[in-house]
Design a protein around this ligand. Structure first.
Ligand SMILES: Nc1ncnc2c1ncn2[C@@H]1O[C@H](COP(=O)(O)OP(=O)(O)OP(=O)(O)O)[C@@H](O)[C@H]1O
Ligand SMILES: [Mg+2]
Length: 213
């Protein structure tokens, strides 16, 4: 374990899980590679998700080495999830790419230093959202919410409004494709994605995915 990659949570509060070796493989963060992979998958990728019932906490845990490679060693990743986290239906590889793309944006916004927080919560109609104060006003119920939160430079209102536009980037050498593809994949899973951000206050991206029945 490299010490800066920690998972908090699901089975017992405060649990820290050793993550093993860190891969130098950068796969997962590159939005151009992701786009071409989606193109190659063609109509298969556009079909409604079926089959796999996905435990997003397991997916995150299983992606830990790739996540660390994408964020760099200066970023500590913390993950919190309840024990009874609902399952979602879909394509694990595409949801993994969503995670990688959001993690890369977060790490870039923090200049490779800081803490990236990943929260997984159930959005239940009975109990109400059990997430923290960060919540979209029109939060859907019967969804699993994946929040990816950083304390980086944040976005001004214009950037928040345009962040999902293809080609919108504020980065030298950026492609402006990451969030566009995130939204595309999330929509194809029947979900929605929001950002909450302000300059200097960091950014949280909220991904709502329908729970598998
Ligand atoms: N976590 C974040 N914090 C601050 N700004 C962000 C964050 N995520 C996205 N943005 C802003 O939204 C823009 C678009 O993000 P997106 O991921 O689509 O493209 P990119 O990161 O610029 O390039 P690419 O992902 O294609 O390499 C970014 O250039 C940045 O201005
Ligand atoms: Mg990006």
């Amino acid at each position: 374990m490299r010490g800066k990659f920690r998972f908090y949570g699901t089975k017992s509060e405060g649990e820290t899980v050793p993550m093993g070796g860190v891969s130098s493989n950068k796969q997962g963060g590159d939005s151009v590679a992701w786009l071409s992979a989606l193109k190659q998958q063609g109509s298969r990728a556009r079909r409604a998700p079926r089959g796999a019932r996905i435990d997003l906490y397991r997916l995150v845990r299983n992606s830990c080495a790739a996540l660390q490679a994408v964020t760099g060693a200066g970023v500590e990743v913390q993950v919190t999830a309840p024990e009874d986290l609902g399952r979602v239906k879909g394509h694990p590889s595409q949801l993994r790419q969503v995670l990688m793309s959001l993690a890369l944006n977060a790490a870039q916004a923090m200049d490779g230093q800081g803490t990236l927080r990943i929260y997984l919560t159930n959005q239940d109609p009975e109990s109400g959202p059990d997430t923290g104060e960060l919540r979209a006003p029109d939060a859907p119920t019967d969804h699993v919410l994946l929040e990816v939160a950083d304390h980086g430079r944040g976005m001004d209102p214009d950037a928040v409004a345009r962040a999902f536009e293809p080609g919108f980037t504020t980065k030298a050498g950026g492609n402006g494709l990451g969030l566009f593809l995130v939204r595309d994949v999330v929509r194809r899973h029947g979900g929605v994605v929001h950002t909450e951000s302000a300059p200097g206050a960091g950014t949280t991206v909220l991904v709502y995915l329908p729970r598998a029945g």
